[in-house]
Ligand binder design. Structure first.
Ligand code: AHG
Ligand code: MN
Ligand code: MN
Length: 287
């Protein structure tokens, strides 16, 4: 079935230039909200429609779920061992208005959704930065590709999260952080002059900083939102899978994101991912 995973990654790579070109002229918000109660951009819907149509057309993909859709979409008749894809069509879409980096996230599960991250067979993100890249973990091997004219070209194999942290980014408003989170950031991170702030408002772009330079990205538990903001199926699991495959660590504050038991498709979770030693210290601070 790895040819199905390859095909999913090829289709996402082929679609990436159209998503990127389609951003122009789609910066306005639609009136409808997504299942997480967030306003949708025309660009969100455009990317979602392209990816749903093309991913469901792959023989071996049984269903498509998206952050922008309330329910899973099932392909006509598929075999029992087919895969189930979960997509964040446009991550960090609020960055479109300010012309900052955004991404697309894909998780390929071998169980119907919602599923635990342990059921991922692949996770990938496309980063619409100065150049368009894809970082993909397949069977725990992480590869970075440059996407050139819809083709994914290997740029770096055996990608690993650096052991020495140098960047950090925590989402949410500081006054809304819990005491444990604030204490950790103040005492364990800001006191370390080798670690600097890198937070750009798109999970994918911020995660790619951590994968490149080592450190931590988090959208933490908040006083106003103990489950944080990011979604288990579409953001936490695929990114957790990539980070753990690259030798880093993922956590919801207590356990690996991949072992979080999802009860509903759009469930949120606190997210802490990055250099293993730092995430271990963070879990100890939140215990
Ligand atoms: P999306 O655009 O898919 O809803 O994701 C936005 C998420 C994530 O990309 C980012 O880390 C976070 O929202 C930023 O939230 P704030 O704007 O609250 O910082
Ligand atoms: Mn997102
Ligand atoms: Mn999104």
């Amino acid at each position: 079935m790895s040819e199905v995973v390859d095909r999913v990654l090829d289709v996402v790579a082929e679609t990436a230039p159209e998503v990127r070109e389609g951003l122009v002229g789609r910066r306005e918000y639609e009136t409808s909200e997504n299942p997480s109660g967030e306003q949708m951009l025309a660009a969100d819907r455009y990317a979602d429609q392209l990816l749903e149509e093309r991913l469901l057309a792959i023989d071996g993909v049984a269903s498509y779920a998206s952050e922008e859709r309330a329910d899973v979409v099932h392909a006509e008749g598929s075999s029992a061992d087919a895969y189930h894809v979960a997509v964040d069509p446009l991550d960090g879409s609020s960055n479109l208005k300010s012309n900052n980096a955004m991404g697309t996230i894909v998780g390929v599960y071998d169980e119907p959704l919602p599923a635990r991250g342990e059921h991922l067979v692949a996770g990938a993100y496309v980063l619409y930065g100065p150049i368009t890249t894809m970082t993909a973990a397949v069977h725990e091997e992480v590869t970075e590709y440059v996407i050139d004219d819809g083709e994914r070209r290997v740029d770096r194999e055996g990608v690993t999260v650096p052991d020495d942290p140098t960047v950090y980014g925590f989402g949410g408003r500081v006054p809304d952080w819990t005491d444990d989170v604030e204490r950790f950031v103040r005492e364990e991170i800001e006191s370390d002059d080798s670690i600097k702030l890198r937070y750009g408002g798109a999970m994918i772009a911020d995660v790619n900083q951590v994968v490149t330079y080592g450190g931590v990205f988090s959208y933490p538990e908040l006083q106003s939102a103990p489950e944080g903001k990011l979604r288990v199926q579409f953001e936490g699991n695929p990114i957790g899978y990539i980070i753990e495959s690259a030798g880093g660590k993922s956590s919801n504050g207590e356990q690996s994101l991949l072992s979080v038991e999802p009860t509903e498709l759009h469930q949120r979770t606190p997210v802490y991912v990055g250099t293993t030693s730092l995430i271990e210290r963070l879990e100890a601070a939140l215990a």
